[in-house]
Design a protein around this ligand. Sequence first.
Ligand code: AHR
Length: 474
Amino acid sequence: MTYLSRRLFLGAATALAASPMLARSTTSASSAAAENPLVRQRADAQVFRHDGSYYMAASVPEYDRLIIRRSSTLAGLATADEAVVWRRPASGRMAGYIWAPELHLLDGRWHIYFAAGDGDDKFRIRTYVLRAAGSDPITSKWELLGKLETPWDTFTLDSTILEHRGVRYISWAQHEPGFGNNTNVFLAPLATPTTLAKAPARLTAPTLEWEIQGFKVNEGPAFLARNGRLFMTYSASATDARYCLGLLTAPDDADIMNPTVWTKSQQPVFVSSSATSVYGPGHNSFTVDEQGHDLLVYHGRDYEKIVGDPLFDPNRHTRIQRLYFRADGTPDFGIPVGNGPLPNRWSPLDRPEQFVRVTSERVTVGTGPVETTQFRQVPSRLDPNHISLVHIESPASKLVVGSDSTVTLAHDDGSNAFARRSSFVKQQGLADPKGVSFASGASPATYLRNISGALRLGSVSSAADRVSATFVAS
Ligand code: AHR
């Protein structure tokens, strides 16, 4: 199976019918909290903060143009204007499929790295660089600097730029002749925006079972320096529900051009979830929310089965979620959190390293996989001013107080009794105004409390009681 079959599909290439993307209404930045999907039908999204604004570049289903969004808030990207900053020509070079743009500010000038096929072969994908004439990437005119020059004239895509320890690198995915797969991921220092300062290092090739499902692909590199290490995520396999994230890790002070300094996780770190109904999560980027918390940006569909070539299924939506780290400083990606408001984790005020978590319907306070600790707030059925807490892996279940005051996770049976016992009034923390306390919606003088590692409903009469009834969101 040659690498081109990755992109070839039987019958006439069915370029998506041009579906004019209506320019969204000009809105002020949305103040609503971000929800998933953040932006529908935008794949391979790069989201970053610059100069107080969020920028987003992404692939569009028509693969025919380069778009940029800008918003003063993360949530505002959902409804922000979408500027078309470049359209492919009607024929010739770069008139093929347009994929995975990234916007980078290099030496004070905005550049866009993107992959483009040609008019006579839409899959003759190579990487090109545009440079903005002006200082505003949304309104500026763009000029073509040229094609990214690499050692082989082959399928080249998914470029990203990283500045690491004073050196500017580029990383990309490319078909390596004679390697017998689709694409490997490479790294090299840049000499100019379109030329390499030295021969590339191959950082990863698809060899593990979960990397070669459908196609032998490693692509979509993204970098994050945290906790004394440099992490590189990448995407693997076919772009259907088997698409997933892998992870390489190197010491922050290592020679990152030396492939041996990179450790490859033997298992994927982020995969489809039938529990939260997100499939094919991948081609990620990293950013931070308005409070500076790390966020994972990625695309994923909310259904598993795809009709036809996944590359032409338009519903890879841009999604975001918190990125947490384990005690050893490594990232814990958890699972795709699913559609709706972003979930929170809740730590007892006096146990910041522990979390309210679900362990087979029981609700305890302790440590465990991220996904066991993530709860989405929804309006209570009892009173819209009250809330219920839904565990992300069990969307039809809620935290509910039993007759013995213990708290469990149970399926909402639609009864008034269940509504009363799963309704809470979220209020300022009893022991710390920066925290939160959850009073029972049915008996407001009682609160959710961490009592010896179990979550129970109880009255509060002492300072210690107030601490046990105060939680901090993370
Ligand atoms: O979305 C188009 C291409 O599909 C992207 O460049 C690649 O990351 C994905 O496989």
